[in-house]
Design a protein around this ligand. Sequence first.
Ligand code: TXA
Ligand code: MG
Length: 364
Amino acid sequence: MSSDSSVLQSSVVIDQAVQILRDGGLVAFPTETVYGLGADAKNPDAIKKIFTTKGRPSNHPLIVHLAAPDLFEKTPVDWVPVMVPWVRDLSEDALKLINAFWPGPLTLVLKKDKAVLVELTGGQDTVAIRVPAHPIAQELLRQFKGGLVAPSANRFGKVSPTSAADVRSEFEDMPDLLILDGGDCEVGIESTIIDLSSGDRAVLLRPGLITPSEIFAKTGMKVYLPGEVNVSERDATLPRVSGTLRAHYAPTTPLRMYASGRVLDALSEFPDIKSRVAVAVWDSDSSLGEDGHPSVHFEEVIIPSDSAIFASRLYRSLRDLDQQGWDLILFPEPPVGEEWDGVRDRLQRACFGSGPSSSSHANN
Ligand code: TXA
Ligand code: MG
């Protein structure tokens, strides 16, 4: 296919997607983090469809995705008009983060404008907003001329999709769902979420590719971890985040982490397992050799020891391994270090929720 005809084809598909969204339907689209399941943020019925399609409890709030201002490559751009319809009190801190990281994998939680539907905020007085960098997401948002709520395009509690084919397999029972194909997601785990709604402190609600040190380096702002905010203050101000459920992003095959050199300890939790264990091994370690193999059929799966590359492939690996009929999947514990916090967080939740009964865990 010539590049001209593929451009033509994609603009036709975007037109079709915009029409579906205007009519209150759902469209899946790529972002740089994971694929999203989009709906018109101003349409309560469309928002309801998102919750029922995902099987997500209605008190778990959604992120509003917005288009960047035109010519955002030519700094400085004015983000205020983009935000004004959605938030009140756009603080200097918020603008610092926006100027440094948007469009990109950063979500900000701010006090919502009264016009923002409580259906999408889970009844809270705050709204989460992100401007994704993926060109197809931006094109869709620009053409739609409005905000799109877009949770990750997976069933509640399951692994987020990082390709169009992943979305298709999550929603096999919805053959008519339009999925815009933007290839594999580069970041691979969901956006970093920073809460700025409680006044003077920025609090990290979900770790991602953008870390607190990177935020400090680019803006001079200190980002607090939820544990660093005094408990009563936190209870009063920190909103509910579905990503904070212990079980989330979970495969159906049991998944555990092993400490370096401790594969056998992780196995001892599963005395009945006789065969078919997939063991992920860092590409920097030559093999499991020193950890010793019991009378179990291990198969090594090499994984990248660079945190960003690891993140970009994590969900892909979990999905693929989940399809391969292993009895157990073992991943090494990620190293200590902030750049690993996002993947450690996702792996821990995936371990906790994994196994055949994962959906019942996740829905607790
Ligand atoms: O990378 C991403 O953020 C992806 C792509 C598609 O943009 N989206 C995504 O959406 O991860 P979802 O719905 O799977 O996760 C949204 C997270 C949830 O943990 C939710 O609780 C939190 O954002 N959230 C949304 N609104 C919030 C609010 N007002 N206060 C606190 N957390 C909020
Ligand atoms: Mg999600």
